[in-house]
Design a protein around this ligand. Structure first.
Ligand SMILES: [Ca+2]
Length: 376
């Protein structure tokens, strides 16, 4: 469906504008513009190659061969600040159960908000589709005011549902075991708590916790060996890539290789070795929006490596691993804020441009392919 011949018929290569032309020349892949969305946040491929794209204002779109259709029945979202519609992920057995998971900012009482995760059956029709039997299976506790740091990335792996939960720009909840903010949670696919979770005996939302001391984890993904990693926004400096370990505390806001935005220092990781240190960190920041472990055939030399979408860095950061150590191998200057990075069924890397700045909220979808495969 996304073969080269069909894609090239409806795509626009970077030919308009000197900066875009220079960009294309310097990158080791061909960048093909595919479609435009309104403040897109996440993308997820269906088994048949069609593409779901969430839009932050509260829409779910289905893209196929130049056509964008609507998926109805999405939950009402609290759009504002960093919040709105978030992630969209298929159940690993979607082909037989049609289950889809979405995350979003949900309004609470007295001007509070919190991330929520719902699951539903995706019923596809010729003109689009609908979410049926939508059921909220997880919520941030407590809901707080403000509109930042929801996190709410969803991943499946090792037989469980994993959710990254940001600390909502409230700092201390990341260390509060009575809150599920600033944590990575491990759940069964219906939202119930596995009996062997590290803090299961303590009940409540504490039982959901797999790891703590996270700030705003926007990327959550398993590598080819089955290990879970997250990327999270640091404060002023100190963006982190972490190997997510059972029961571990990553130290925020007690330690960070960055410092508070108001200038107050935060002790660096080496001062408190009892907290898990990042496998890699960035000063100055890259502003990681998303994390992909690549396993496709389009770029065979990159199999097993990771790619981080960068917002303020306007880049895709290529990560190489050696055991539990990680390092930035190279950084691709994309000239736009990268909101999402995903691998397509064709092995191409698909990215979403962040729509927050300028262009009326528009964020473009691009497909990255090997230069040789495209005859360039
Ligand atoms: Ca520091």
């Amino acid at each position: 469906m996304f073969g080269h011949s069909k894609a090239s018929a409806l795509t626009i290569l970077f030919t308009a504008g000197a900066s875009a032309g220079a960009l294309a020349q310097n990158l080791p892949f061909t960048v093909t513009e595919v479609a435009d969305f309104d403040m897109p946040w996440a993308l997820e491929f269906l088994p048949d190659g069609r593409l779901l794209v969430s839009e932050q204002r509260g829409a779910l779109k289905l893209y196929e061969s130049g056509t964008i259709e609507e998926i109805t029945g999405v939950p009402e979202v609290a759009f504002g600040g960093q919040g709105g519609f978030g992630d969209v992920v298929l159940h690993p057995e979607f082909s037989t159960n049609n289950l889809i998971y979405v995350s979003y900012a949900e309004a609470g009482d007295a001007d509070t908000r919190g991330a929520a995760v719902a699951r539903a059956k995706l019923e596809l029709t010729p003109g689009g589709g609908a979410l049926e039997d939508l059921e909220v299976i997880w919520r941030q506790v407590p809901k707080v005011d403000g509109g930042g740091h929801y996190g709410h990335r969803i991943a499946f792996g090792a037989g469980y549902l994993w959710i990254s939960s940001g600390e909502r720009q409230k700092f201390d909840p990341a260390q509060d075991m009575q809150a599920n903010l600033g944590k990575i949670l491990r759940l069964n696919d219906d939202g119930s708590v596995p009996a062997d979770n590290p803090f299961a005996a303590r009940g409540g939302v504490t039982a959901q916790i797999w790891s703590l001391g996270h700030r705003n984890p926007l990327g959550l993904a398993f590598d080819v060996q089955g290990r879970l990693w997250n990327v999270e926004m640091g404060p002023q400096g100190g963006d982190e890539l972490n190997l997510v370990v059972r029961g571990a505390n990553y130290g925020y806001p007690i330690v960070s290789n960055g410092d508070h935005y108001d200038g107050r220092p935060i002790p660096d990781h080496p001062t408190r070795p009892e907290f898990n240190a990042p496998a890699a960190f960035w000063n100055p920041v890259i502003s990681p929006s998303s994390l992909l472990f690549y396993s496709g055939s389009e770029f065979p030399e990159w199999r097993g490596d990771a790619f981080i979408g960068g917002l303020s860095s306007q880049s895709i950061v290529h990560i190489e691993f050696e055991g539990e150590r990680a390092r930035e191998a190279e950084r691709f200057a994309m000239g736009m804020r990268i909101r999402a990075v995903e691998q397509g069924p064709d092995g191409a890397i698909w990215i979403l441009e962040d729509g927050r700045d300028g262009r009326g909220g528009q964020g473009r979808l691009f497909r990255l392919t090997a230069r040789s495969a495209s005859g360039q």
